[in-house]
Design a protein around this ligand. Structure first.
Ligand code: FES
Length: 450
């Protein structure tokens, strides 16, 4: 510290006790204090502690992750392989498109336990952030989960910042670095309780204004410390300047750390149990009350999710249907005539995906494209007219749904909308349309993807 004028005006003060009787603002100009409240000035003093600054982030991440986990458990469709939003179909899609597809492919076979695990980890991570309990561990978990979702689900978002998972991953990093920062957290409560029992004061991080440090420790000039009455400046006697590393590790502190860790571990186990019970309750309520909404989605047709294209059931006796089939190489969302079936033909060439009667007039049925395995929808806008689309959103790979009221295909992730007749984009951020599939109804009442 230096400062010629200031060092002469202020009388030297020795030790922390001398400072204890002084108000924190002693020696600070009133106009300086006033300017602290200006919008462009320094923040209020309590915000000097990272813990308080991180409270809004902890609340948001904690609530969002708890909600995401409970929502997965409460929605029966998440574990129903015939549902386009199911974990099975999302994994099957990631196994084809993800940059880490080789790692994802084996997970398709354990989709249900993996979905369960993801939901429970989301709840545990969310509780950790909300309660400030093992905050760093929770933050590492949240970061890993978000990174995994980025690599498997939203990697192809374009531009990249429209995918939320990459944003979530980086939102966890302040909590990895600072933990809860000791503000409104179970971690701090436990640590202080252990210290109290050991006869120690609370382990608080107190932001001290520079002016106070100078009042207590004095200032020096040309190597002479005013607080030491002109003796050479040396940090050792100054309680604020002495380095922690110079002091040997106190065994009492080591014991307190051990007890703190054990107490926090017990509370974390309790929170995990609560997450398990809450998840079970959400799943039960979801199946009782939310079952109806799961059934309100597209009815499932006969083709089940698969990672390998099944064999096309073409028989020599089949007759080519007269419907128009969009070419795989045609630009998505082109305005070519939609394939319609009004008169049942003898068995068309192609793969049967289920009975046409399963698709309600004005509604949709889900199936997996036999060629690619992608989640797909067949829509019957009018009686006897069938339209089929690969419903993997070209924006970031979410599964597009059919809005029966608006007669439009809507992506739940970022709101892209697609024309339900042509598949063309009506509203971004998707830049290209949905891929149309050829579909025909055979005289046997089955629908065929051709
Ligand atoms: Fe972003 Fe569909 S995934 S709009």
């Amino acid at each position: 510290m230096s400062g010629r004028g200031a060092s002469r005006r202020r009388p030297p003060v020795h030790g922390p006790r001398a400072a204890a009787g002084r108000p924190p603002s002693a020696g600070v100009n009133r106009s300086t204090l006033k300017s602290n409240w200006a919008l462009l000035g320094p923040p209020p003093r309590f915000l000097y502690s990272a813990g308080w600054v991180l409270i809004p982030l902890r609340l948001f991440l904690g609530f969002t992750f708890c909600f995401a986990g409970l929502q997965k458990l409460a929605n029966p469709g998440f574990f129903d392989s015939s549902n386009p939003i199911s974990i099975q179909q999302q994994l099957a899609g990631a196994a084809r498109r993800s940059p880490v597809h080789a790692l994802v492919a084996p997970l398709v076979h354990v989709a249900v336990p993996l979905g369960l695990l993801i939901a429970l980890v989301e709840i545990a991570v969310g509780l950790g952030a909300l309660l400030g309990l093992w905050t760093r561990v929770a933050a590492v978990g949240g970061f890993a989960l978000s990174l995994m979702l980025f690599l498997t689900i939203s990697f192809h978002s374009s531009p990249f910042y429209t995918g939320s998972d990459i944003v979530f991953a980086f939102a966890w990093t302040p909590l990895i670095l600072a933990g809860s920062g000791g503000a409104l957290s179970v971690d701090a409560l436990v640590a202080n309780a252990v210290r109290r029992r050991a006869g120690q004061g609370p382990a608080l991080v107190v932001p001290i204004p520079f002016s106070m440090v100078r009042d207590v420790c004095g200032s020096y000039e040309n190597g002479a410390c005013l607080a030491r009455r002109g003796a050479p400046c040396e940090p050792t006697p100054c309680p604020y300047l002495i380095g922690r590393s110079e002091a040997p590790r106190d065994p009492v502190e080591t014991e307190m750390d051990r007890r703190t860790f054990a107490a926090q571990g017990s509370l974390a186990a309790g929170a995990a149990l609560m997450a398990l019970l809450g998840g079970g309750l959400a799943a039960g309520i979801g199946r009782l009350a939310g079952g109806a909404s799961a059934k309100a989605g597209p009815s499932a047709l006969g083709v089940t999710p698969t990672t390998a294209p099944p064999t096309t059931t073409t028989s020599p006796a089949t007759q080519a249907p007269t419907t128009t089939s969009p070419s795989k190489t045609s630009p998505p969302g082109s305005s070519a005539p939609a394939p319609t079936t009004t008169t049942p033909r003898p068995r068309p060439a192609g793969t049967a995906i289920g009975a046409a009667s399963q698709v309600p007039v004005g509604g949709a049925g889900s199936f997996n494209d036999p060629k690619t395995g992608d989640p797909s929808l067949v829509i019957q806008p009018q009686k006897g007219t069938f339209l089929a689309f690969d419903v993997v959103c070209p924006h970031a790979g979410c599964i597009v749904e059919y809005d029966t009221a608006g007669k439009v295909l809507v992506c739940p992730c970022h709101g892209s909308q697609f024309n339900s007749t042509t598949g063309a984009v009506e509203l971004g951020p998707a830049a290209t349309g949905l891929h149309r599939l050829g579909v025909a109804k055979g005289s046997d009442g089955q629908l065929y993807v051709i």
